[in-house]
Ligand binder design. Sequence first.
Ligand code: SF4
Ligand code: SF4
Length: 132
Amino acid sequence: MKRAFNCHCCGHCCLNLIDAYNGCVSDADLERWQQLGRDDLLVWVKTLDLGPNNKLHTAWVDPETGDDVERCPWLIDRLDQKGHICGIDDIKPDHCRAYPEHQRHAESTGCVGYQEKAVIHDSITDNLVRNK
Ligand code: SF4
Ligand code: SF4
């Protein structure tokens, strides 16, 4: 059955799907952040030059150590411990904005955004316990 999508800020996608925090950001992402003067974001992106017109922008990379992060630096834990929010939601990377692509994608990757409320509550609780 097809349901409306409603993100419940469980944080599963940001915490557990490695593509979310160790992936590539797009040229459009970089342009957006450059136009906004968001050097604080840009320093966490490492661009690899793979040849003519072929650049790969990897994120997020710790600017001090040069290591890939193990948790997205922009993910904020809610003070009431009922989930997480994105600290750069308005300008987050395109791949974060596009997730989940559809209900089947959500279900196959553990996103609860299409589930009933009661199920969502249990899933959020489980997720928070798992990640403590
Ligand atoms: S897994 Fe789904 S419901 Fe949970 S924060 Fe991500 S998009 Fe929202
Ligand atoms: S940028 Fe925002 S939406 Fe993307 S992984 Fe980080 S906290 Fe999650």
